[in-house]
Design a protein around this ligand. Structure first.
Ligand SMILES: [Zn+2]
Length: 430
């Protein structure tokens, strides 16, 4: 019974957020952030301002029988569909987290030891919405952002960067405020030596340094006159233009492209590597310093006592790992194929995702995304829809799936992550 009440409430909440999603998807990429609040919603045909009852998610459209009250022009069925899907997803994640127990978890020590004398951890799942609503709300926000990114990226081949930035900001704030190692979904860096925390702190300093150097123009912008064009992009752009024409919308902007020789591409990629070097080097230096300098090591262990600090660093590390995995794939793919393998929008997207779900889960999502592409491609083949999708929707789909299954996956990955930390430990000579 209590579940039913929450499901109804969450559907209505989700549908309202879906209504705002329609506004964001249309206005944000075209007129920017400031256009979101005003003007109030109006009919795109006759510009008549809508009454509050026309704005009721899903039902407003049904009552109006899909036509504008004032000019009787049809209103796209896409609006109620997006609202309904958002509401359904909110309910879906509620049921998965709290009824089917497919949720983020926390490694809780059982007090028992295995045959090697190591503490046995048992995953602590989410208990219920009353205990776990802060993380649950953060995940609903994530789902909403992923929907927005997917819709905009599928239509216009771009990700407005303010969305992943908002994800990263909220992820870092929420994890700082509520993380403790016993909270499911918390990102506390709990390795006892504090190596991952050292990497996180150094990486964050290096990233800020890189951004500052980039702003000053000391680190040059790569592909400043546009990225090399892809045949796939051309096809997708043509499809988007004809779709826009059909619906009577203005066509999307053509992406700026330029042809590059192999050596020019290597030159551009070198600029991107310049941006990545400060975070990488600083993280190693910080890991070394916090392990090897006795005074600093003592202070560092003190720092690690504060859950809000290890949570903050966990979210920051998650963001950086998420972005780094995509960026490395972009660099390797671009060098191998002589054309840009993945957009910087995708790098930003996984930066935001990592800040919310953590670096491990973001990495798994990244490697799952091509399989989502395969599934969607198969569907399009079967239903004879020829429409290429950019990568953002696949990353979003994969993230939506990983949210549910990362808890058991993380158990398998645990030894690998420990091994990675030991390698870093060896590298920094601790
Ligand atoms: Zn109208």
């Amino acid at each position: 019974m209590i579940h039913l009440i929450f499901c109804i409430f969450l559907f209505l909440l989700g549908a309202s957020f879906g209504s705002f999603l329609n506004v964001v998807v249309w206005r944000l990429p075209r007129w920017g952030f400031s256009s979101l609040a005003s003007p109030p919603s109006h009919c795109p045909e006759c510009e008549h301002r809508l009454a509050w009852r026309d704005n009721i998610p899903v039902f407003g459209w049904i009552f109006l029988k899909g036509r504008c009250r004032y000019c009787a022009q049809p209103i796209s069925v896409r609006y109620p569909i997006v609202e309904g899907v958002t509401g359904t997803l909110f309910v879906f994640y509620y049921l998965m987290f709290f009824v089917y127990h497919l949720s983020p978890c926390a490694p809780a020590p059982t007090g028992k030891l295995d045959i090697f004398g190591r503490i046995i951890y048992e995953p602590r799942l989410m208990m219920g919405i009353f205990q776990d609503w802060p993380i649950f709300s953060l995940y609903l926000f994530l789902v909403w952002c992923l929907l927005a990114v997917s819709l905009i990226d599928a239509e216009l081949f771009e990700i407005p960067l303010i969305i992943p930035w908002a994800m990263a900001a909220l992820g870092i704030v929420v994890h700082t405020l509520i993380d403790s190692p016993m909270v499911p979904g918390a990102l506390n860096l709990t390795d006892p030596m504090g190596i991952s925390a050292g990497l996180a702190a150094g990486g964050a300093v290096g990233l800020i340094l890189s951004i500052a150097l980039y702003q000053k123009g000391i680190i040059p912008e790569a592909f400043a006159d546009g990225e090399p064009g892809l045949e796939v992009d051309e096809l997708a752009y043509a499809a988007a233009v004809s779709a826009a024409k059909e619906q009577g919308h203005e066509p999307p902007q053509r992406p700026t492209t330029r042809d590059y020789t192999k050596s020019e591409i290597r030159g551009e990629i070198r600029k991107e590597i310049m941006f990545l070097l400060p975070p990488l080097l600083c993280s190693l230096v910080a890991a070394w310093a916090t392990q090897s300098l006795p005074g600093l090591n003592r202070a560092w262990r003190g720092v690690l006592q504060y859950h809000w600090l290890t949570g903050l660093m966990g979210a920051a590390l998650g963001a950086m790992v998420g972005a780094m995995v995509v960026w490395l794939a972009r660099i390797l793919g671009t060098l191998a194929f002589g054309r840009v393998a993945m957009g910087l929008g995708d790098v930003h997207l996984m930066f935001g995702v990592g800040a919310i779900i953590g670096g491990g889960a973001a990495t798994v999502a990244f490697f799952l995304a091509p399989f989502m592409g395969l599934l969607v491609g198969l569907y399009m083949l079967i239903f004879r829809k020829r429409h290429e999708l950019p990568y953002g929707p696949y990353l979003s789909l994969a993230t939506g799936a990983v949210i549910l299954f990362y808890c058991p996956i993380s158990q398998y990955l645990q030894p690998g992550i420990q091994g990675l930390l030991q390698i870093v430990q060896g590298l920094v000579g601790a």
